[in-house]
Design a protein around this ligand. Structure first.
Ligand SMILES: *[C@@H]1O[C@H](CO)[C@@H](O)[C@H](O)[C@H]1NC(C)=O
Ligand SMILES: *[C@@H]1O[C@H](CO)[C@@H](O)[C@H](O)[C@H]1NC(C)=O
Ligand SMILES: *[C@@H]1O[C@H](CO)[C@@H](O)[C@H](O)[C@H]1NC(C)=O
Ligand SMILES: *[C@@H]1O[C@H](CO)[C@@H](O)[C@H](O)[C@H]1NC(C)=O
Ligand SMILES: *[C@@H]1O[C@H](CO)[C@@H](O)[C@H](O)[C@H]1NC(C)=O
Length: 941
C-alpha cells in the first residue's frame, strides 16, 4: 500500500463515492433506525463515568441518508438490511432503561452488547424476551439491579450470556436451575457477582458445549458437581469467592481441556490417589492435575490445601498465571517451576514451603509478579533472581533471608515497582550508583535489621511509599534521602528505630505530597516537627520531643490522626487543635502540657478518640465537646481538671470510654440531670477524685451496653478504622484500644480490648449511701471497684447476677451485714477485696472463694471462717458450697486472653490505651498485608 501512488488511491475513493449503490449494502429499515434513535434519546451520556470509552450514539443521526446500518456499533444483515447486532459497550450511556424501550422492536437482533454502561439501577426489563433470536447477550457491569427476569431464560438460541455485575449493584436470580434449563446451547455463561445463594444446579453438567463458566462470588453453596470438571469443552472455570462451596477434584482423570481454573476463596479439597496407599481424605493438590498440561491459568489461593505440591506439576509448563498462596502446602523445592517459561505470575506466599531459597530462575523470563513471602525458606537471595528483568512486583518478606544485597544488582530490575522484603536480615552495599530501578514506588524494608538508611533511597525518583520501621537505624535523618523523591513520596514510616534527630537540626520535610508520616518510637530529642501541609496521619509519639507546640500544627488542616503522646512537650495545647475539621484521633497523653483543654469544637466535629491523660491540664472539660457526636473514647485522666461531672456527655451516643481518674472533679454526679443516656458506655473510670453524694444510679441504669453480655459489635475488639486515600490505594489504619490491668500488683497488658470488656472504677472518692441493687443488671461487668468511699448498707446479693465479673473491690467502706452466699457462684471472680469494712458472718465457701487469701477479708468486725483464723461459732451456719457451679468454663474469661506480664507495679485498677495496626489494601493486586504497628500505649496513674 505504501508504494501505491497517491493519485491511484484517490481515484479509487472517488470511484467508490461515485457509485455508492453498487458497493453499499441494503440500507436499514426506517422503523429500526427510528427505534434506535428513540433509544438514543431516552438516555444521557456521562463521559466521566469510569466505564466510558466512546459514546457511539453520538454518531447516530437521521439526517442525510439516516442509514442506521452505517452507525457506530450497529450491524445489519447485508441481504435483509435488518439490524442483527448492536454493540454499545462502554458507550457512556446513562439512565434508566424503560420496560417498553424501543430497543425491543429490533427483533432480528442476534447479538446485543450493552456492557459497561450505567443504567442507573434499573431492573433488567422483561422485554429482552422479545429478542428471541439473540445468541449473544452481554449486560455486564451496567448497573442493572434487582431480579434477573425469567424472560431471558426463554432465549433458547443463546450461546453466550454475560450478566456479571459488581458487588455494589446487586442482581439476583431466584432459581438458577430453572433459569438455565432451556439454555442448553450455551458456550459461555458468566453470572459473577449475581446473588445466587444456592448450589450449582447439577443440570449444568449436561451443557456439553460449555467452554466458559464463571460464577465468581455468587454466594454459591453446597457441593460442586464434580462432573463439571469432565465437560468435554470446558476451558475456563471460575467459581472463586464462594466460601461455602465445597468441592473435590476428580480422580484420576480430568476430562476437560481446561485452560483457566480459579478456585480461590472456596472450600475445595482433593483426594490423594489411592495408589499412594492412603485412603483418608486430605486437602491437597491431586497429582492428576499434572495431566492438565495445557493449563494456562490456575488460581487456587486462599483454600485449605495441604500436603506436597505434586511432582507432576512440572508438567504444567504452559501456565502463565499460578496462584497457590495462602494454603498450607509444603515441599522443599521449587524445582518443578523451572521449565515454566511462560509464567508471568507466580504467587505461593503464605504456605509452608521450606528448604533453601529456590535458585534456578533462568527460564522464567516472562515473570512479572512473584510472591514467595511467608514460607520457611532461608539463606541468601540467589544472584539469578536479579536476571528476572521484567519483574514488577517482588514479594520476599518473612522468609528468613539474609546476606548483603548489592544495590546495582537490585537495580537490574528496571521494571520493578514494588519490593517487599520486611522481616529479613539483610544489608545493602554502599556503592557508586549510576542507575536505579526507575519505577520503584513501594519499598518495604521493615524489620530487616538495617543499621543505616540504604543509600539508594536518595536516588529513587518515583518512590511513593517508604517503610523502614522496626530496624536499628541510628543517628539523624539525612536530607539526601529526599533528593529525588520530593514530588512523589506520600507515605513514610520510620517508627521503631534509634533515630535521634534531623540533619542540621532542620525540622521540616520538603515533601509536599506526603500524607502519612510515622516517626514514633525513636529517640528524637528535637522540638516538634510540623509535618508538610497535606499530611493526614502524623505519629511522632514515644520520643523525647521537648518545647512547645506551635500553632502552625493547625495549618496541617487535613489531619485525621495526630499522636504526640509520650514525649516531654510543654506549654499550652494550641487552642486551634479542637477545630481541625477532619481530626478523628487526638492523642497528647503523657507530656507536660499545662493550661486548659482547647475550648472550641465545631459543629460536626469528627473526633472519635481523645486522650489528654497524664499532663498538667487545668480548668474544666470544654462544653463544646458535646459537638463531637462521634466521640467514642475520652481520657482526661491524671491532670488537674477542676470541674463537676460532665453529664452533658450523655448526648454522645457512641461514647464507650470515659476516663476522668486522678483529677479534681467534685460534687455529686446526679444533681443536675434527671435523665442520663450513656447507651454505649463500657468503661467508666472516675477514681481518685472528689466526687461525693450517692452512687450514680440513674447514670448506671442508662448504660445499656453494660447490660448485654453478647453481640455488642461486629468486631471482637474495640477498634476504629480511620482510612487514608493515597494515590495508589487505600490504607486502613486500625486502632484498637488496648488495656493494662493491674491485678494484685502485676500489670497485665492486653494488646486489644475485647468488646466484652466492661468496667467501672469509682474508687477513692467520697461517695456515700447504699450500693444500688441495680448494679446487678449490668450483666457484662468484668470489673467493679468501689473501694475507698464512704458507702454503707449491705453488699447487694444482686451482684451474684454479674456472672462474668472477674474483679470486685469494695474495700475501705462502711459496709455491714453478711457476704451473700450466692456470690460464691461467680466462677470467673479472681480478684476480690472486702477488707476494711464492718462485715460479719461466715465467709462463703466454694469455687473462687476458696482461692482468696485472708487479706481479701481483713479488718472487718465479724467475718469468720476460712481463710480467716477465727472459726465461726456454732450459731454461724455455713452452708455447703453449691454443687452446680461450672468451674471449667474458661473460654469466656478475660484473664485467659492473650496477655503478657509487663512490670511489677503497685496499685489496682485498669489502664486503657490504643494499639495501631495498618491494613494495606493495594488496589493493583490481590496482595494484602497486615502488620501490627505498635504495642500498647498505657493509661496510667
Ligand atoms: C458520571 O460518572 C461519574 C463518575 O462515575 C459520577 O461521579 C457522576 O455522578 C456521573 N454523572 C451522573 C449525572 O450520574
Ligand atoms: C413507555 O411507557 C411510558 C409510560 O408507561 C410512556 O410514557 C412512554 O411513552 C412509553 N414509551 C414508549 C417508547 O412507548
Ligand atoms: C423450556 O421451554 C419449554 C418450551 O418452550 C417450556 O415449555 C418450558 O416451560 C421451559 N422450561 C423452563 C424451565 O423455562
Ligand atoms: C505429563 O503429561 C504427559 C502428557 O502430556 C502425561 O503423559 C504424563 O503422564 C504427565 N505426567 C504426570 C506426572 O502427570
Ligand atoms: C526441564 O526441562 C529440561 C529440558 O527439557 C528437562 O531435562 C528437565 O527434566 C525439566 N525439569 C523438570 C523439573 O521438569
Amino acid at each position: 500500500m505504501a508504494t501505491l501512488p497517491l493519485y491511484l488511491l484517490l481515484t479509487s475513493i472517488f470511484l467508490l463515492s461515485l457509485f455508492p449503490t453498487r458497493f453499499a449494502k441494503v440500507p436499514c429499515h426506517a422503523d429500526e433506525s427510528f427505534a434506535l434513535m428513540e433509544f438514543k434519546r431516552s438516555f444521557k451520556t456521562n463521559k466521566t463515568d469510569w466505564r466510558c470509552i466512546h459514546p457511539k450514539v453520538h454518531s447516530w443521526s437521521l439526517d442525510g441518508s439516516g442509514d442506521c446500518c452505517s452507525w457506530d456499533g450497529v450491524k445489519c444483515d447485508e441481504v435483509t438490511g435488518r439490524v442483527i447486532a448492536l454493540d454499545l459497550s462502554s458507550s457512556c450511556v446513562l439512565g434508566i432503561m424503560s420496560p417498553n424501550t424501543t430497543l425491543f422492536r429490533l427483533v432480528h437482533m442476534e447479538s446485543l452488547n450493552l456492557a459497561f454502561n450505567n443504567f442507573n439501577f434499573s431492573p433488567i426489563p422483561y422485554g429482552f424476551g422479545n429478542l428471541s433470536r439473540l445468541q449473544y447477550l452481554n449486560l455486564s457491569y451496567s448497573d442493572f439491579s434487582g431480579e434477573i427476569p425469567h424472560a431471558i431464560s426463554q432465549l433458547s438460541e443463546l450461546i453466550s450470556l454475560d450478566l456479571s455485575c459488581s458487588w455494589s449493584v446487586p442482581l439476583h436470580l431466584l432459581n438458577m436451575g430453572n433459569f438455565v434449563h432451556n439454555l442448553t446451547g450455551l458456550k459461555e455463561l458468566d453470572l459473577s457477582y449475581v446473588n445466587l445463594s444456592s448450589p450449582i444446579p447439577p443440570i449444568l453438567a449436561n451443557f456439553s458445549s460449555l467452554k466458559l463458566l464463571r460464577l465468581s462470588s455468587c454466594g454459591l453453596n453446597g457441593d460442586f458437581p464434580v462432573s463439571i470438571f469432565q465437560l468435554p469443552n470446558l476451558e475456563v472455570l471460575h467459581v472463586d469467592g464462594n466460601s461455602n462451596l465445597f468441592g473435590s477434584f476428580p480422580k484420576p482423570h480430568w476430562g476437560s481441556p481446561l485452560k483457566s481454573l480459579s478456585l480461590y476463596l472456596t472450600n475445595f479439597s482433593g483426594e490423594i490417589p489411592t495408589s499412594i496407599g492412603n485412603l483418608s481424605l486430605l486437602r491437597s493438590l491431586p497429582s492428576s492435575m499434572g495431566n492438565l498440561s495445557h493449563l494456562t491459568d490456575l488460581e487456587l489461593d486462599r483454600n485449605n490445601l495441604q500436603g506436597q505440591i505434586p511432582v507432576s506439576f512440572a508438567n504444567l509448563t504452559q501456565l502463565s498465571v499460578l496462584w497457590l498462596s495462602n494454603n498450607n502446602l509444603s515441599g522443599d523445592t521449587l524445582e518443578w517451576v523451572v521449565n515454566f517459561t511462560k509464567l508471568t505470575d507466580l504467587h505461593i506466599s503464605g504456605n509452608r514451603l521450606s528448604g533453601g531459597f529456590p535458585s534456578s530462575f533462568e527460564n522464567l523470563k516472562q515473570l512479572r509478579r512473584m510472591g514467595l513471602s511467608l514460607n520457611d525458606w532461608y539463606g541468601n537471595i540467589p544472584s539469578t533472581l536479579w536476571n528476572l528483568k521484567d519483574l514488577e512486583y517482588l514479594y520476599l518478606d518473612s522468609l528468613n533471608l539474609n546476606g548483603t544485597i548489592v544495590a546495582s544488582d537490585l537495580f537490574k530490575l528496571k521494571s520493578l515497582e514494588e519490593l517487599y522484603m520486611f522481616d529479613s536480615h539483610i544489608s545493602f552495599t554502599k556503592t557508586f550508583i549510576n542507575a536505579t530501578s526507575p519505577k520503584l514506588a513501594h519499598l518495604y524494608l521493615a524489620s530487616c535489621n538495617l543499621t543505616e538508611f540504604p543509600q539508594f533511597i536518595g536516588y529513587l525518583s518515583k518512590l511513593v511509599q517508604l517503610e523502614l520501621q522496626h530496624n536499628k537505624i541510628r543517628g539523624t535523618i539525612p536530607r539526601w534521602m529526599w533528593n529525588n523523591n520530593r514530588e512523589s513520596l506520600e507515605y513514610i514510616n520510620l517508627s521503631n528505630n534509634l533515630l535521634t534527630g534531623f540533619e542540621n537540626n532542620q525540622t521540616d520535610l520538603p515533601l509536599p505530597k506526603l500524607r502519612y508520616l510515622d516517626i514514633s518510637s525513636n529517640l528524637l530529642k528535637t522540638t516538634l516537627l510540623i509535618p508538610p501541609p497535606l499530611v493526614e496521619h502524623y505519629d511522632i509519639s514515644n520520643n523525647v520531643l521537648s518545647g512547645e507546640v506551635s500553632t502552625s500544627i493547625c495549618e496541617v488542616r487535613y489531619l485525621i490522626m495526630l499522636d504526640l503522646s509520650n514525649n516531654t512537650l510543654n506549654g499550652t495545647i494550641p487552642p486551634c487543635l479542637g477545630s481541625i475539621g477532619p481530626l478523628e484521633i487526638l492523642n497528647l497523653a503523657r507530656n507536660k502540657f499545662d493550661g486548659i483543654i482547647p475550648r472550641i469544637y465545631p459543629d460536626g466535629c469528627a473526633l472519635r478518640m481523645m486522650d489528654l491523660s497524664e499532663n498538667q491540664l487545668r480548668g474544666i472539660v470544654p462544653r463544646s465537646l458535646a459537638n463531637c457526636g462521634m466521640l467514642e473514647y475520652m481520657n482526661l485522666g491524671d491532670n488537674q481538671i477542676n470541674d463537676t461531672f460532665p453529664f452533658w456527655l450523655s448526648k454522645l451516643a457512641s461514647l464507650k470510654v470515659i476516663a476522668l481518674q486522678s483529677n479534681i472533679f467534685h460534687g455529686p454526679i446526679e444533681e443536675n440531670l434527671s435523665q442520663f443516656n450513656f447507651t454505649s458506655l463500657q468503661i467508666l473510670d472516675l477514681s481518685n477524685n472528689n466526687f461525693n453524694g450517692e452512687l450514680p444510679s440513674k447514670l448506671l441504669k442508662s448504660c445499656h451496653a453494660m447490660k448485654d453480655i453478647i453481640g455488642q459489635d461486629m468486631s471482637p475488639y474495640l477498634s476504629i478504622y480511620p482510612s487514608l486515600n493515597l494515590s495508589y490505594g487505600e490504607i486502613i489504619t486500625r486502632m484498637t484500644y488496648a488495656m493494662t490491668l493491674m491485678n494484685k500488683g502485676i500489670e497485665m497488658e492486653y494488646a486489644k480490648i475485647p468488646n466484652v470488656l466492661v468496667g467501672i472504677d469509682l474508687s477513692n472518692n467520697t461517695f456515700e449511701g447504699f450500693i444500688p441493687e441495680l448494679i446487678g443488671d449490668l450483666k457484662s461487668l468484668r470489673m467493679l471497684n468501689l473501694s475507698n468511699n464512704c458507702l454503707n448498707g449491705t453488699i447487694p446479693p444482686s451482684l451474684a447476677n454479674l456472672t462474668v465479673l472477674e474483679s470486685l473491690d469494695l474495700s475501705w467502706n462502711n459496709l455491714v451485714g453478711e457476704i451473700a452466699q450466692q456470690l460464691a457462684g461467680l466462677t470467673f471472680l479472681s480478684d476480690f477485696d472486702v477488707s476494711h469494712n464492718h462485715l460479719s458472718g461466715p465467709i462463703p465457701r466454694g469455687t473462687q472463694f476458696d482461692t482468696f487469701g485472708s487479706s481479701s477479708f481483713a479488718k472487718n468486725d465479724g467475718l469468720c471462717g476460712s481463710p480467716l483464723p477465727n472459726k465461726c461459732t456454732n450459731g454461724d451456719n455455713v452452708p455447703p458450697p453449691p454443687s452446680s457451679f461450672k468451674v471449667d468454663n474458661k473460654d469466656e474469661c478475660l484473664f485467659d486472653l492473650d496477655w503478657r506480664i509487663v512490670l511489677g507495679g503497685a496499685g489496682g485498677g485498669f489502664l486503657v490505651g490504643i494499639v495501631l495496626e495498618n491494613l494495606i489494601i493495594d488496589k493493583k493486586s490481590r496482595w494484602f498485608s497486615h502488620y501490627s504497628k505498635k504495642m500498647v500505649k498505657g493509661w496510667k496513674r
